[in-house]
Design a binder for this molecule. Structure first.
Ligand SMILES: Nc1ncnc2c1ncn2[C@@H]1O[C@H](COP(=O)(O)OP(=O)(O)OP(=O)(O)O)[C@@H](O)[C@H]1O
Length: 259
């Protein structure tokens, strides 16, 4: 069981309180979606889970131990904008993550080890529906395909936690629904824990198992950075009434209008 636990967690940048007093327990295999007004600290929250940002106060535990404050193979991340290397072909892009892990100096493996990594990468490409374009270069792929590639890159290291920062935000609606099906398929096949930020509340409401809304409980009109966001809704989704969706939606709209 891989549990993530946040206890009284705060994040501040100088005088800017971004997140305050976050308490949360997430069990292995949950699919968490995160929504909240722009700038309320969702990406900062993911970066703390990834280990590229450190909490200012409080505890962040993975299976009871403090999460290492640098990225490791336990956590993979996919951003909104594609993070693939244009000079490598599709399969080499996926192999790179493993090769860097195993050979930090040269960034590539040789002989039977390389064949093994290639087979693993091909398997990952099949999982994300890119098996047929393994030898093409990323520039020949559509936006949706490049995001599939970014997901394969994140998954090849078999992380326990997949962090998705608006991974489908730049895609057309039709492609987004294909990507929803893909991510649900991956989640069901691997049992991985997923945290996914989205600007689309309906996506957040119907895709995961649990929705977190980030918002401020208190405001200081003279000093907007004085208070940080907390988790104001933490609800199981799927079996929730539409009126709850409307409540959250209205609150978020009002917040966006006052920003
Ligand atoms: N490295 C940093 N140094 C200083 N301030 C930062 C840093 N990273 C983020 N911030 C500040 O933290 C706050 C939250 O930013 P963050 O990107 O986490 O918000 P967000 O909710 O993900 O926004 P969006 O939905 O627009 O992507 C912002 O006020 C931002 O300026």
């Amino acid at each position: 069981m891989n549990n993530i636990e946040l206890k009284k967690l705060w994040k501040e940048y100088g005088d800017n309180v971004v997140l305050e007093n976050i308490n949360l327990t997430v069990k292995a295999g949950e699919f968490i979606t995160l929504v909240g007004a722009s700038g309320c600290g969702k990406t900062t929250f993911l970066k703390m889970l990834l280990g590229t940002e450190k909490p200012s106060r409080g505890e962040l535990l993975l299976d009871g131990d403090p999460i290492r404050d640098e990225p490791d193979a336990n956590r993979g991340i996919v951003f909104q904008r594609y993070s693939v290397f244009p000079h490598l072909n599709v399969i080499e892009n996926v192999m790179l993550g493993v090769e860097f892990g195993q050979s930090k100096l040269l960034g590539r493996c040789f002989g039977s080890k390389r064949r093994q990594v290639r087979a693993q990468a091909q398997e990952m490409l099949e999982l994300v529906g890119l098996g047929h374009v393994a030898n093409q270069y990323p520039t020949s792929l559509s936006g949706g395909m490049q995001q599939r590639l970014a997901i394969a890159q994140a998954l090849i290291k078999q992380p326990k936690v997949l962090l998705l920062d608006e991974p489908f935000g730049a895609l057309d609606p039709g492609i987004r629904s294909d990507m929803h099906a893909l991510i649900l398929d991956i989640w069901q096949k691997t049992g991985i824990t997923i945290f996914m930020i989205t600007h689309d509340l309906t996506e957040g409401f119907y895709l995961g198992t649990r929705l977190l809304v980030f918002d401020k409980y208190r405001q200081d009109p003279d000093n907007p950075n004085r208070y940080g966001a907390s988790i104001t809704f933490d609800i199981p989704v799927g079996d929730t009434r539409k009126s709850t969706l409307d409540d959250i939606s209205n609150t978020m709209k009002q917040k966006q209008e006052t920003v």
